[in-house]
Design a protein around this ligand. Structure first.
Ligand code: AMP
Length: 283
C-alpha cells in the first residue's frame, strides 16, 4: 500500500496509473476505521483496479468544536487495517495541505437537500462536506466513489453535486453495517460511556418497529409514537425523527405516494450524537 501526504505526490502517482488505464475506486473517510468503512473498501476493490482511501478529519464540516477536537484518531491501527484489506493507496493530508491558510467552506446549492434533517441542526455542515468531497474528487479523479447509506442525506447530496457539476464519477451507496445488537457502526461509538453504549441499540430497535408498523397514512402517528418513546427514555435524547422521501428528503405529502421513503433519526447519547436510518416499504 502506498501512502501519500501531499496532493502533488498522490496526483503524480495516480496519473501514471491512469495512463495504464487502471480504474480507480475511491473511499473518503475521517478515519477511526471500522467494519462499515471496510465494507465500502471491499466493494470498491471488487469493481476497480485500484482502490484509494483518504483519511481526513475535515474541520469545516463540524459545527461543534468539542466534537472536532475529540473525534477519534487512530492512524496506526487504520493503516494496519487498510493493509489487511485491498487498499492500494492511502491519502492522509494535513489540514494545511487541503485548506492552506484559509479554513473555510465553499457555498453550495444542493436544491433544498441541504435544508432538511442534518442541515437544520448542523449549520454549514453540508457546505463543509461539499467542499472537502469536491476537493478530494479533484485530487483523486476516481471513476467511482463509495459512500455509506448510514449518512443517507450526505450520499444524496454528493449525488446531486456530481450531477450539478457534471463530474464524471459514479457514486455508489453502500448498505449500513451494524454491530450485533443493531447499533449502526460509527467512529463515534467508542466515545460512548458504558451505560450509553448499552442503551444505544434502542435507536435501531425503534426504527425496526417503525418499519413494521409503517403505512403511508400513519406517518404523523408514528412520529408522535417515536417522540414519546424517547421522552420516556432515561439516557437517550431525541434530536429529530422524520420520515422522508429518498430523493427529495421531504416528508411525503400524498398518502397514496408510491415513492421510496425512509425513516431518519438523530439521538444524543450523553454528548455523543448518533444518526441512523431505515428503508420503509410502501406495501
Ligand atoms: P466517516 O469516516 O464517518 O466520514 O465515514 C466514511 C464513509 O463511511 C461514509 O461514506 C460513511 O457513510 C461510511 N460509513 C460510516 N459508517 C458506516 C456504516 N456503519 N455502514 C456503512 N457505511 C458507513
Amino acid at each position: 500500500m502506498k501512502i501519500f501526504n501531499t496532493k502533488q505526490e498522490i496526483k503524480r502517482y495516480l496519473s501514471a496509473q491512469k495512463k495504464e488505464n487502471k480504474t480507480i475506486g475511491f473511499v473518503p473517510t475521517m478515519g477511526a476505521l471500522h467494519k462499515g468503512h471496510l465494507s465500502l473498501i471491499k466493494k470498491a476493490a471488487k469493481k476497480n483496479e485500484l482502490v484509494v482511501v483518504s483519511i481526513f478529519v475535515n474541520p469545516t464540516q463540524f459545527d461543534n468544536n468539542e466534537d472536532l477536537i475529540k473525534y477519534p484518531k487512530s492512524i496506526e491501527i487504520d493503516t494496519h487495517l487498510l493493509e489487511s484489506v485491498s487498499c492500494d493507496v492511502l491519502f492522509i493530508p494535513s489540514v494545511k495541505e487541503i485548506y492552506e491558510n484559509n479554513i473555510s467552506s465553499e457555498k453550495f446549492d444542493f436544491e433544498g437537500l441541504e435544508h432538511q434533517m442534518e442541515g437544520k441542526y448542523r449549520k454549514e455542515h453540508f457546505n463543509g462536506v461539499g467542499t472537502i468531497v469536491k476537493t478530494l474528487f479533484e485530487i483523486v479523479a476516481p471513476n467511482k466513489a463509495y459512500f455509506g447509506q448510514k449518512d443517507f442525506q450526505q450520499l444524496q447530496i454528493i449525488k446531486k453535486m456530481v450531477k450539478k457539476h457534471r463530474l464524471n464519477i459514479k457514486i455508489k451507496g453502500c448498505r449500513i453495517y451494524r454491530e450485533e445488537d443493531g447499533l449502526a457502526m460509527s467512529s463515534r461509538n467508542i466515545r460512548l460511556s458504558k451505560e450509553h453504549r448499552a442503551a444505544a441499540p434502542f435507536i435501531y430497535k425503534t426504527l425496526k418497529k417503525v418499519r413494521k408498523n409503517y403505512t403511508p397514512d400513519n406517518i404523523t402517528k408514528l412520529t408522535d409514537w417515536v417522540n414519546n418513546q424517547f421522552k420516556k427514555h432515561p439516557l437517550l435524547d431525541l434530536e429529530y425523527f422524520t420520515i422522508a422521501e429518498e430523493k427529495t428528503l421531504e416528508t411525503p405529502k400524498s398518502k397514496e405516494s408510491n415513492k421510496k421513503n425512509r425513516a431518519f433519526i438523530a439521538v444524543f447519547a450523553g454528548n455523543i450524537r448518533l444518526i441512523d436510518n431505515i428503508r420503509l416499504k410502501n406495501d
